[in-house]
Design a protein around this ligand. Sequence first.
Ligand code: NI
Length: 174
Amino acid sequence: MAVLRVRKYGDPVLRRRALPVGEVTPEVRTLIEDMTETMYDEVGIGLAAPQVGVSLRLVVVGDEAGRGVQALVNPVIIAQGGQVTAEEGCLSIPGVFAPVARAEWVDVEAAGADGGPVRIRARDLRARVLQHEMDHLDGVLFIDRLDPVTRDRIKRKIKKEGLREDAPRHAFAL
Ligand code: NI
């Protein structure tokens, strides 16, 4: 396993719409292992393949019990409901946190690391992590979901001061 370099805001791969995974090959399984190790190294609770420079529809998220990691290949939200606003950050935008409105619960269909079908109903933080990571697959970052005034303020600050690479690690960086 290997810790991969997390791509940061400004890297074009973060803005690309990722392609579906055709088949869970040994290479894809290696990528899942490396993404898992990278997520632990970054103290994140979710990571999407574009964040490590791979434009494929694949995410890893902490599992329900908070002990392991679940890989979701070609995940799709098939139902969602409620709305909840909570602070969010992103491993690709270190040092930036802001409240984001998300669905309170989601139903997600995907394939697992073994290629078999997976169906998840997630609520609260886990639902937030899934929505955030799946946004990455469409080239969407959490700051895109803020009101325009807050978003522009954050963008101006990044432009002026750069990213805080030394930002303290944060449990809600996704
Ligand atoms: Ni993120």
